[in-house]
Design a protein around this ligand. Structure first.
Ligand SMILES: O=c1ccn([C@@H]2O[C@H](COP(=O)(O)O)[C@@H](O)[C@H]2O)c(=O)[nH]1
Length: 478
């Protein structure tokens, strides 16, 4: 099929849309190419796949495996794979948290070269996300093929990572052809041209960034040290916490769920040398006042630990802003980190931005919970991880029960529901041991409550938890 026919067919099936459209990069565009509709035109879909295959074969040698960028390019890659008997692998957008938990599905071996197939590119961000996961699984990517290059910086961005972009048609060619076919009127043409001129380079969002100059792919190292993670952290409190853990050799956080302020302060001072974080629920303290916070801050700086208010915010952005900054507790003034649920959607994070900009505090997203029958599982968990990745300046990590493959090393993983000698309580709490969650499940910080503060010797019990969690961390490095 020639380009003229291709453009006609795309126009006929309404894949070329004119109006105002928000692109993945966030910019508004007067033209939008929606190749998802091609799934309803199988002959055209297979012709598109063939044109893309031929394009790569002309310019380079065709890699032996194809991988479509989810989701629009999956049918294109599948059509190419079937027509040429070229094996395909599939990248999951989020690793599943059951079964094999693979990010890349299909049969392959480290070092195999994969052609990345995408419908179109603007900044190149989606392609880079897929390349990053393929690389992390030991696969090599040298070539990327798209139907349409929007000519907004992707070619240059991909080249920085050693990736050659092949495109069947460019935006200029598409516009030119539509104009010649009488499908673009003068005012629209002027609008599209000035948009393209003003948006020659669209920035790749931080979440899609890969190290410049694509590294020689090698199987990912499983565990980094906390010192190394401190350097990767994208939130200042995450970095601080990794450093405190490395310096004090402790990955123990204690949940002090006591109801009198003096009890909390006494325990904080007694176990302060053993912990990296002290977790509070200030709304359960009967005699809470600002003096309590003042004293707790002094104890925290004396022993070099961080204060974590486990408030579990869950409302709309505007409300959580007040809950965080105002009221009786003024949490934003003293808490180094707080927990939030994602049920309200990602805009909840905007409620914290003003404060966080000033203090560098961190948000912990509840990706999983320790209680029986928790609804924070499966796709919800995946969405929380994605929310964290999209806001990695504000989000320092996750409350979770296991390290999932999609949780990158810049995040701190904190796990409640820890006791040596109990499996749970009568109200749904479930317990695991420090060794199980840190070594077997790969999380970073254990959060222990009643196992320590209800013990008759809380300090010596804290030392036992600290030693067990640290030994689990050290042994997973080997
Ligand atoms: O999934 C979650 C999230 C938070 N928590 C909190 O951790 C402590 C655990 O206390 P224990 O006495 O060790 O059971 C408590 O403050 C919870 O609010 C959790 O348990 N599970």
């Amino acid at each position: 099929m020639d380009l003229n026919t291709l453009v006609s067919r795309l126009h006929e099936i309404n894949a070329v849309k004119l109006g105002q459209f928000k692109l993945k990069s966030g910019i508004m565009s007067p033209i939008y190419i929606d190749l998802r509709v091609t799934v309803s035109s199988p002959v055209l879909l297979s012709q598109i796949a063939e044109m893309m295959y031929q394009k790569v074969s002309q310019d380079s040698s065709m890699p032996p495996i194809v991988c479509g960028v989810p989701y629009t390019a999956l049918p294109i890659a599948t059509a190419m794979s079937i027509a040429h008997d070229t094996p395909m692998v599939m990248r999951r957008k989020e690793a599943k948290n059951y079964g094999t938990a693979q990010l890349i599905e299909g049969r392959y071996k480290a070092g195999d070269n994969v052609l990345v197939v995408e419908d179109l590119v603007t900044s190149g961000a989606s392609v880079l996300e897929t390349v990053r996961d393929l690389n992390a699984s030991g696969l090599v990517v040298t070539d990327v093929v798209v139907l349409l290059d929007r000519q907004q910086g992707a070619r240059q961005e991909l080249a920085k990572h050693g990736l050659k972009l092949h495109s069947v048609i460019t935006m200029e060619e598409l516009i030119d052809t539509l104009t010649k076919q009488g499908k673009l009127d003068e005012p629209t043409l002027a609008l599209v041209n000035s948009f393209l001129e003003a948006n020659r380079a669209v920035t790749v969002p931080a979440a899609s960034q890969m190290p410049a100059a694509a590294p020689a792919p090698k199987p990912a190292k499983k565990y980094l040290t906390y010192e190394e993670r401190a350097k990767l952290a994208t939130n200042p409190t995450a970095s601080k916490l990794f450093n405190i853990m490395a310096t004090k050799k402790t990955n123990l956080a204690v949940a002090v769920d006591l109801t009198r302020k003096q009890e909390v302060l006494n325990l904080a001072d007694s176990i302060g040398s053993e912990i990296c974080v002290l977790k509070t629920h200030v709304d359960i303290i009967d005699d809470y006042d600002q003096d309590f916070v003042h004293q707790l801050e002094q104890i925290a700086s004396k022993h070099n630990f961080l204060i974590f208010e486990d408030r579990k915010f869950a409302d709309i952005g505007n409300t959580v802003k007040y809950q965080f900054e105002s009221g009786v507790y003024h949490i934003s003034k003293w808490a180094h980190m707080v927990t939030i649920h994602g049920v309200a959607g990602p805009a909840i994070i905007d409620g914290f931005r003003d404060s966080i900009k000033q203090t560098g505090a961190g948000l912990l997203l509840l990706a999983q919970m320790s209680s029986k029958g928790s609804l924070c599982v499966g796709e919800y968990t995946n969405q929380m991880i994605e929310m964290g990745k999209q806001n990695s300046d504000a989000v320092m990590g996750f409350i979770c029960q296991e390290r999932l493959e999609s949780m990158s090393d810049n995040f701190v993983l904190m796990t409640p529901g820890i006791q040596f000698n109990s499996k749970g309580d009568s109200m749904g709490q479930q317990y695991n041991t420090p060794d199980y969650v840190v070594k077997e499940k790969g999380t970073d910080v254990i959060i222990v409550g009643r196992g320590i503060y209800q013990n008759s010797e809380p300090k010596s019990e804290a030392i036992k938890y600290k030693q067990a969690a640290w030994a689990a961390y050290e042994s997973r490095l080997n």
